[in-house]
Each structure stands twice: as structure tokens, then as C-alpha cells.
Design a protein around this ligand. Sequence first.
Ligand code: ZN
Length: 150
Amino acid sequence: MMDDLRELYQEVIFDHNRNPRNFHVMENANRTVEGFNPLCGDRLTLYLNVQADIIEDASFQGSGCAISTASVSLMTEMVKGMTEQEAQNMFKIFQKITTGKDDDVKLEELGKLQVLAGVKDYPARVKCATLAWHTLDAAIKNEEKSVSTE
Ligand code: ZN
């Protein structure tokens, strides 16, 4: 990756970490799942309001490192208005990108999540970046109330 691009990505991550989007408890959530990454200590509670199969609203609370906070902030912005299927497809693409198994994935498909693609070079941070998405996946499946990356 070119250095100036990397800098731009870092700026986006810093921005979302300093000013997380959708950072609040959701009173009318109909899905609430807690996510925990013991390796780093990242904790979050994800709130969704799902109507039919559309994610009408998404928000979160919690505390974690810059990568995990930026990732969940970006995710809540991105999945609003998506169907559950679309959100799960995005999770699969994101997983491929962050684990380097991305031969068949175009970066454009990731939209804003591209800023997190660099974590594949830092294996210890991959779980920080994917915690939000594992939590979302559990919320969509609506089976578990908490998930852990370990
Ligand atoms: Zn972390």
C-alpha cells in the first residue's frame, strides 16, 4: 500500500475512534448482543432495530482500542438500511480481506471498510477489526446474547 493511502486510512480510523458514530444505547432495539475480544480487551454492546429483514437502525456502546472502535463505528454507519443478507455478505467479504484470503474480492466492494484492510498485516489486530462483525452476525442470527473472539 502506498504511504499516503495508508495515512489517509489512519486518519479515517483516528476520526472514527475520536468521534464514534452511532455511539449510544438504543431504546427501541430489538436485537442486543455483547461482543468481547479477550486478546485485546475490546468490549462492545451492539444494538439493532430490525424490521422485516431490514436493519433500520444500528448503534453501540463499549470501550476498546482504536481499531475495534473505528470498525464498529464504520459498521453501524454502513449496515443501516441493509437487508440482513446484505450485511452478512459484507461480513464475509470483510473476513476475507482481513485474513488475506482476498483473491476473489475487489476492494471497492468494501466501500469505507477499505480503511481497515491494512489489519491483515497485523494478525494480532484482526480480531479487533472483526469483533464488530462477529457481534453483528450473532445479532442477525438472533441466537446468542454474547460472543467472544476466543
Ligand atoms: Zn483491540
